[in-house]
Design a protein around this ligand. Sequence first.
Ligand SMILES: Cc1ncc(COP(=O)(O)O)c(C=O)c1O
Length: 321
Amino acid sequence: MTRATPVIPGPDAPLADRDGAIWLDGDLVPWREARLHVLSHGLHYGGSVFEGERAYDGRVFKLHEHSARLVASAREMGYALPWSADELDAATREVVAAAGLTDGYVRPVAWRGGDTLRLVAPDSRVHVAVAAWPWPRIFADGPRGIRLHTSRWRRPAPDTAPVRAKTAAQYALGSLAGQEAEAAGRDDALLLDHRGRLAEATGANLFLVLDGALHTPPPECVLDGITRRTVIALAQDLGLTVVERHLAPAELERATEVFLTGTAYEVQPVTAVDAREYPLGEVGTALAEAYTRAVRGGDSGDGGVGGPVGGAPAAVPDGPR
Ligand SMILES: Cc1ncc(COP(=O)(O)O)c(C=O)c1O
């Protein structure tokens, strides 16, 4: 394998113009040379698939689950990745080690290349890249909570879009909803599903606390978040009741707490949905603390060992999902 000089990119440098190395189709290549052709199928037809991962203390939390979801997302989009989940795990560890990352973000992405622009392109070569860069806990100053704006955009039905895949094809929607929320002065958007039920935020799953129990939409029109699954298990360990069911927007009126979960968001309290305000509650705080313990040393899914426990994360991540 070709090894480029491992230099940690600064957090403020433009993303494409940094030192360091990106794993591309089996080799570590210099960061600025990790390019794709303008006629790439994935750029035109939106079939690229990706993951958003976090490294804590140099280990990627739930690495194998993420690699496996990338493989499954590609399959859902009609192509096979040229690397197995185990091989992607190894590539990711290589990138994280080359960057000397402790706390950071990892972005694996796969797409069909520029061999043909036919919509149906079974012979188009599939490319895979993995990039990683420092992304420490951004809001270490205590919980602030985020304010949501209910979007006019809705999550499509499972027979309208490949809702199970983490594919660029879905993220135009999140991008539009996010822009609309920011224009409304809010931190993020809350999307309903095609039937008008509560769905998720642009890059995170939704939980409501109702009568002391956690309620969350089933992963039918929303991404089956790895953090969502982790938090459900942590909640059950804490003795909380977790109910996966369809939720009507009116149930927001009755909720005593609302929070979001996601790799980038971690466990993120919601302090407002439109005009309705919520306190930073005990349940969300307990789960945020339990999640921090898990990512730092508990079940990292990548053999992680113990480390310091930080405070609860506190706002919508100003970065990737
Ligand atoms: C639309 C959407 N929903 C939910 C999530 C949360 O998923 P995870 O916990 O696997 O990061 C994400 C982030 O990947 C997302 O983009």
